[in-house]
Design a protein around this ligand. Structure first.
Ligand code: C2E
Ligand code: MG
Ligand code: MG
Length: 647
């Protein structure tokens, strides 16, 4: 029975061979499966791309018993170079130095290049025997393979978002490694790896998007400083900690003056530049625990989590010094003028938003004379409440004719002749007495009451001018207009109506507009001034020198006169800087054919100096304090008498 020996031996040896093959195959497949499962584990745990690539190659070599494993990425540069991200078991630098590419050239025949280019696995290349590697270009690779003891290479494309990103490459010792089953599993592994890469990249994109959202919610894009929301959150936390540790903390609020002016005159870009530069300067003086935030258009706040009053003063002084030097914006040197308000926990408030509000209130009391900073005092908020109730009172005062018309004479310097008077409003409050004019004018401007106030002044000035005319006193009276008036569509009609109503000649009512008013909207101002000029009235630029009008703009304005601001005139005999400004303003005015008035002439030395500089007109306490209009003609008689005497 049985088969002939030779046959049966053959069969057996065949069967043994098949068994051996099966075993090898089995080993290979289990090896690939092991690799696959370890690979999946890696996928789940990696948090960075490079880490993922490294771990995966490590798994392939360790669990899969491959000789080498590498990940190559395809660069989209001119040479279509291949970048070895990771290489385990083969010298990365050595291979990279060979400059293989994934281009369809002789240097682009490696397994990795083929997988990248074709998008298909390139399997079981025998480095030592495959004709592809027979050319001299691949001699180093062949030598290296011989040295490192691997024979076969396979590469699997890594496809991310439909594009081949690179290839997963592995080398095996056996030259016949990589059978069909194994290749299938390894392909799967490469796909898993590609999925892992895509996933990580997506996660990073999400994290970036989340970070951007957080940045937008908590940071100011212009200065890159934290914003108000961020500050308030941190302030609340800092208050909590300070409370637990029985410590004080300080909050500094900083307002940048002249910001609107700079925005309007030099443009928003200049305003932005100013803020950025100031933010940079402030950042330099910060300690690590301090938080500087931009809390409003031109407002910053600085939280000092550990600091009482003394420390807050030190920091405020540092800030004032840091902002002292002018800032260059749009090619000009600009003074920024900051005022700092300080509020302390727990003395001034125990809640974040109240502390911030109180620090802000205090900024209004910071003046250069007081070092540029001020502490919150309980009275300040009451002061704000007082301002609110004053607004109500002011409305009533205007309606019930409780305002008073004062005037201050203007005198021709050369001849000492009275050449007019400025109409100035006064408010005698029934409880608070005579209120500072600047204070309630500002209040009126904020409370939307400036139009009724100006209307009241116009009525009062026209009727006074009529009275003077009737009495044969032909003195022009000049009325101050606010920015809001200038852009009021009915202003010119109203003024024209008053001239007709009272039958007053245009030269007897004049108008003063501050330089900064004109600069708020130069084109709009030009339009209104042109209309007023058509009526035939005389126009003055008030507080000249405090705005930033350019010569070219001034030349286009239909004005007759400039009034040099008293802040330059008053100190002109003691300060060389002021003297220079006054002298050049007079020269500039005269060159433009404008009359020049000096405000704030309060002593003889100033008068004499103005006379030498050929300034045309003086206004100030030396001539007369502002007086109720009814007293004007008596005053003038006295002045004439005195002048005759002096002459
Ligand atoms: P202004 O138009 O520049 O008026 C001159 C101010 O300087 C007046 O202050 C005047 O009293 C003051 N002054 C005059 N000579 C001297 C001096 O020798 N020394 C000092 N230290 N001060 C002097 P006042 O009346 O308090 O007015 C302040 C500002 O309020 C005015 O500045 C003007 O801008 C505004 N204002 C006054 N009346 C009105 C008004 O009816 N309408 C508007 N829109 N603004 C007004
Ligand atoms: Mg004025
Ligand atoms: Mg003035």
């Amino acid at each position: 029975m049985g088969y002939p020996a030779s046959e049966s031996n053959k069969d057996r040896s065949n069967a043994a061979a098949t068994n051996e093959e099966l075993l090898t195959k089995f080993e290979r497949v289990t090896r690939a499966l092991r690799t696959l499962s370890a690979g999946n584990h890696t996928l789940l745990h990696a948090s960075q791309e490079q880490e993922l690539l490294y771990d995966m190659c490590q798994v392939i070599v360790e669990k899969g018993d491959y000789r080498t494993a590498a990940v190559a990425y395809a660069e989209h540069d001119e040479d279509k170079s291949i970048h070895l991200m990771v290489s385990i078991g083969a010298d990365k630098d050595f291979i990279e130095a060979l400059h293989y590419t994934w281009a369809d050239t002789e240097m682009g025949r490696t397994a990795a290049a083929t997988a990248i280019r074709t998008g298909q696995p390139c399997v079981g290349r025998h480095i030592l025997t495959d004709p592809v590697y027979a050319t001299p270009a691949y001699a180093p690779l062949r030598e290296n393979a011989l040295k490192s003891g691997f024979a076969a290479v396979s590469a699997f494309p890594l496809r991310v978002d439909g594009e081949v990103l690179g290839a997963l490459v592995m080398g095996a010792i056996e030259s016949d490694a990589f059978d069909e089953e194994e290749v299938k599993l390894l392909s799967e592994l490469a796909d898993d790896l590609a999925y892992g890469i895509a996933n990580l990249r997506m996660r990073i994109k999400h994290q970036e998007a989340e970070a951007t959202i957080a940045r937008l919610a908590y940071y100011d894009p212009l200065t890159e400083l934290p914003n108000r929301t961020f500050l308030l959150e941190r302030l609340q936390e800092a208050i909590h900690t300070a409370k637990q540790q029985h410590r004080a903390l300080a909050l500094l609020h900083l307002n940048i003056g002249r910001f609107r002016e700079i925005n309007q005159i030099l443009g928003y870009r200049a305003g932005d530049q100013l803020l950025q530069q100031l933010a940079q300067r402030l950042t330099k003086i910060l300690k690590e625990s301090d938080i500087l935030a931009r809390v409003g258009e031109n407002e910053f706040a600085l939280l000092l989590p550990r600091g009482g009053a003394d420390y807050a003063i030190q920091v405020a002084q540092q800030m004032v010094r840091a902002l002292h030097d002018p800032v260059e914006v749009a090619g000009l040197m600009v003074d920024s003028r900051a005022s700092i308000g300080i509020a302390l926990y727990p003395g001034h408030a125990t809640e974040a938003d109240i502390l911030l509000r109180r620090a802000n209130v205090a900024t209004h009391y910071a003046s250069p004379a007081r070092g540029g900073y001020a502490f919150y005092t309980g009275g300040q908020e009451q002061e704000c409440t007082r301002r609110l109730s004053l607004m109500g009172d002011l409305r009533q005062a205007i309606e019930q004719n409780e305002l008073l018309l004062y005037c201050q004479p203007k005198v021709d310097i050369a001849s000492r002749r009275v050449c007019g008077a400025e109409a100035l409003v006064r408010w005698q409050h029934p409880v608070h007495g005579m209120l500072p004019t600047m204070e309630f004018i500002k209040l009126a401007e904020h409370a939307g009451l400036i139009t009724p106030l100006t209307n009241w002044m116009l009525d009062a000035a026209f009727s006074q001018s009529y009275v003077w005319n009737e009495a044969g006193l032909e003195r022009p009276l000049s009325v101050n207009l606010s920015a809001h008036d200038l852009y009021h569509p009915l202003l010119v009609d109203r003024i024209q109506g008053l001239f007709s109503t009272w039958g007053i000649r245009p030269e007897f009512i004049q108008f003063e507009l501050t330089e900064s008013t004109l600069m708020e909207d130069p084109m709009g101002a030009l339009e209104t001034l042109t209309k007023l000029k058509k009526i035939g009235t005389r126009l003055f630029i008030d507080d000249f020198g405090t705005g930033y009008s350019s010569l070219s703009y001034l030349q286009r304005l239909p004005v007759d006169s400039i009034k040099i601001d008293q802040s330059f005139v008053m100190p002109m005999v003691v300060s060389n800087d002021s003297a220079v400004i006054v002298r050049s303003a007079i020269e500039l005015g005269h060159n433009l054919d404008l009359e020049v008035v000096a405000e704030g002439v309060d002593n003889q030395a100033v008068w004499d100096s103005l006379a030498t500089l050929r300034c045309d007109v003086a206004q100030g306490y030396l001539v007369s304090m502002p007086m109720p209009v009814e007293q004007f003609s008596n005053w003038e008689s006295e002045w004439v008498g005195m002048s005759a005497h002096a002459g």
